[in-house]
Design a protein around this ligand. Structure first.
Ligand code: NDP
Length: 375
């Protein structure tokens, strides 16, 4: 018999006492920072599928996508994923909990979960169509979850999953890089001093690539510490003049977009399998603006035409997207525990200060990650 305890308090794994409500930061509509609302009475998450786990969130982190989602960005596509048959009424995603990263403790497992048990210390990045991690508990699929690296605290661990999996998706899935193929490869990273850039730089260095980073001069010490081989300060002098003095690259990871796309494509080795991958794509913007069908068609035409145009010049052109993956996090955890990758935590906020953490991300100029300590 499970005793149901209504009201505040924390459910402890293995305990027969369960909460029915929990505290969380929610939004009830899209908008600027004042839509963020602390609610102590959010319904406790429920396991819907046998492969899901409930995680007690110890720490989370804020990513630019949280600020964008708060503004309504991506809502057309994300709502279609949440409700593919369109049976729910408009606004059924609210109250919406933002937050993608979690480091915490498994509290409950679905019947098909074999790899985890209550009490395990885990980390994960939860995809944006699911309820997020700015809450005391979150539900994730077991295949999105991994055992937390032993060498990291929850606060440190929460800084890595979303950005590192995004870097992984771009570098491994889109550009075909891996441990075995990296040595000798020259990689150029635009926007290297933020969350994705600091993760990508360290992954590539752990795999033996030669890494050139583009960042502001003020981030040079950080990028040096992370092992960057060559640092280009985009705030002094013309970027193209600085790039011209370097050898051509095998891979470009673009975390900035805009003019950096046209520029970067000129500095790749043609006809050698070189790839350009940008994380700044119009995919969600197009579906928000044009609807799902027209938006996807527009994105398909844009991507297809760029792929063909650059293939004719001997360059692979790619769009990269965050991809949740427990197995990739397992490998990333091994790299971390081997001392080849470290969290870059710029600032830590208490759970009460989530809106201030959003303001920090919105102000830009990140140097690594902003973390929320939930417990
Ligand atoms: P951050 O805000 O953490 O980092 C961005 C970094 O870029 C900052 O350090 C900033 O510092 C630097 N920067 C800004 N302008 C330039 C420039 N012109 N040249 C070089 N560096 C610059 O963002 P993330 O790392 O988390 O994400 C990077 C981008 O990737 C974002 O646009 C994000 O939305 C996108 N993204 C896309 C995903 C996808 O699935 N497609 C997933 C994750 C992220 P400073 O301004 O001081 O130079």
């Amino acid at each position: 018999v499970i005793a149901i305890k209504a009201g505040k308090g924390r459910a402890i794994h293995g305990s027969p006492v369960r909460n029915t409500i929990m505290p969380a930061w929610v939004i009830d509509k899209y908008g600027s920072n004042d839509v963020l609302r602390f609610n102590e009475n959010v319904l406790f998450p429920i396991i819907h599928y046998p492969n899901e786990v409930i995680i007690q969130v110890h720490a989370a982190s804020v990513n630019p996508i949280d600020v964008n989602m708060r503004n309504g960005y991506g809502s057309a596509s994300l709502n279609m994923t949440r409700d593919p048959l369109h049976v729910k009424t408009a606004g059924s995603e609210f109250p919406l909990i933002l937050g993608r990263d979690v480091s915490g403790i498994v509290m409950e497992c679905g019947l098909a979960v074999q790899y985890f048990k209550p009490g395990d210390q885990v980390w994960a990045a939860v995809p944006p169509w699911k309820q997020g991690t700015f809450a005391e508990f979150v539900v994730a699929s077991a295949n999105e979850v991994s055992l937390k690296p032993k060498s990291l605290s929850h606060t440190e661990a929460a800084s890595l999953p979303y950005v590192t999996l995004t870097a992984w998706a771009a570098l491994v899935n889109s550009c075909g890089l891996k441990k075995e193929t990296c040595p000798g490869k020259r990689v150029l990273i635009f926007g290297a001093s933020g969350g994705v850039g600091t993760a990508a730089t360290q992954l590539l260095k752990a795999w033996g690539a030669h890494v050139t980073v583009v960042c502001s001069g003020e981030a040079q010490t950080l990028m040096n510490d992370l092992g960057a081989d060559d640092i280009i300060d985009y705030t002094t002098g013309r970027l193209q003049d600085q790039l011209k003095t370097r050898d051509l690259f095998d891979v470009v990871l673009d975390n900035v977009g805009g003019t950096s796309e046209e520029l970067a494509l000129q500095y790749l080795k043609p006809w050698s399998g070189a790839s350009y991958c940008t994380l700044v794509t119009p995919f969600l913007y197009n579906t928000d603006r044009l609807g799902i069908a027209d938006g996807m068609m527009r994105s398909g035409i844009t991507l297809g035409s760029k792929v063909v145009k650059h293939l004719c010049k001997g360059i692979h052109y790619r769009w990269g997207f965050f991809t949740p993956s427990g197995p990739a996090l397992d490998e990333i955890g091994e790299i971390v525990d081997a001392g080849k990758m470290r969290p870059v935590v710029e600032k830590v906020f208490p759970f009460s200060d989530v809106p201030q953490a959003f303001e920090k991300i919105e102000a830009g100029h990140a140097r690594g990650k902003t973390v929320i300590e939930v417990i």
